[in-house]
Ligand binder design. Structure first.
Ligand code: ATR
Length: 269
């Protein structure tokens, strides 16, 4: 029987993860099946336990269960601990390993697929919720000159920066504090794109050759339009999605799939 994996979320119907992992399995010759499971909002732990009891080997976890997955893991990687959230679970004999591959996926998309070296660069991270927190440590590990967190509620950005201050040159505040500053990389980790909104950005923000990255994928966003109008290079979060999946696949199976063809395939649809 094939090894079983799944992604848990609510909603989950539109998840691309089953297709991504099926393609990885085909490519690497791994014998596994990967399905999408809709867990009830109050029933994630039970759904996960049932899957594990039925022979599940590991799981991805998405909105809104990543914090619960963190709590359910009996062992966590340092990057999952830093993120305060888990998107990848690996079921071991008497333990559940929790990892978070989101930040590594973002960094890999930025550095390998988009060719942007982050060392010595000025990075702006917009948002101070779970999505922002999940990528902070891997971004800081790249050695940027500065990582500025801007948030609509400035106190949350200040608190998040304080939490990570031993990991690198990170500062937090509101959007008004960005006036006159320039960044080589601007990452949108807010939920604004979901609502078709643009965070309150100043008129100028991008250093020459800057990259604007929206973690959301599948549609043009007001942030990417704002960036294009100002001459920045733009990217959506599709590459991050595929790269975080590849990190999870690698953790489970010990082989790293090729992501380029999968990104191209999804992009073409
Ligand atoms: P997630 O897990 O996706 O990060 P979250 O924890 O609810 O979700 O965080 C959402 C983030 O998007 C927050 O930083 C939020 O700002 P506030 O902390 O001020 O609420 C930000 N956000 C949501 N809508 C926004 C908007 N229209 N403009 C700017 N920021 C927005």
């Amino acid at each position: 029987m094939s090894d079983r994996y799944a992604v848990f979320g609510n909603p989950i119907a539109h998840s691309k993860s089953p297709r991504i992992h099926a393609e990885f399995a085909r490519q690497t010759g791994q014998d596994l099946v990967y399905e999408a499971i809709l867990a009830p909002l109050d029933g994630f732990a039970a759904a996960l336990a049932a899957f594990r009891a039925g022979g599940g080997r590991g799981a991805n976890v998405t909105v809104p269960f990543k914090e619960q997955a963190h709590a359910l893991a009996t062992r966590r990687t340092p990057r999952a601990e830093a993120a305060g959230a888990v998107n990848t679970l690996s079921f071991e004999d008497d333990a559940i390993l929790g990892d978070n591959t989101d930040g590594a996926g973002l960094v890999r998309d930025l550095t390998r697929n988009l060719g942007l070296s982050l060392a010595g660069k000025r990075i702006l991270l917009m948002g101070a919720g779970g999505a922002a927190r999940g990528v902070l440590l891997p971004l800081l590990e790249q050695g940027p000159a500065a990582l500025c967190i801007a948030n609509r509620t400035p106190d949350k950005a200040v608190a998040l920066a304080a939490h990570f201050r031993t990991a690198g040159p990170v500062e937090g505040g509101g959007y008004e504090a960005l006036a006159g500053r320039r960044f080589e990389l601007v990452v949108n980790a807010t939920a604004a794109s979901l609502a078709g909104e643009l965070p309150p950005l100043p008129a100028e923000l991008f250093a020459p050759g800057a990259l604007a990255y929206d973690m959301m994928y599948g549609r043009d966003t007001p942030f990417l339009a704002y960036a294009r109008e100002r001459g920045a290079r733009t990217a959506d979060g599709l590459g991050m999605l595929v790269e975080q999946a590849a990190e999870a696949f690698c953790l489970w199976r010990g082989v790293r799939p090729e992501t380029g063809p999968v990104i191209a395939q999804l992009r073409g649809e």
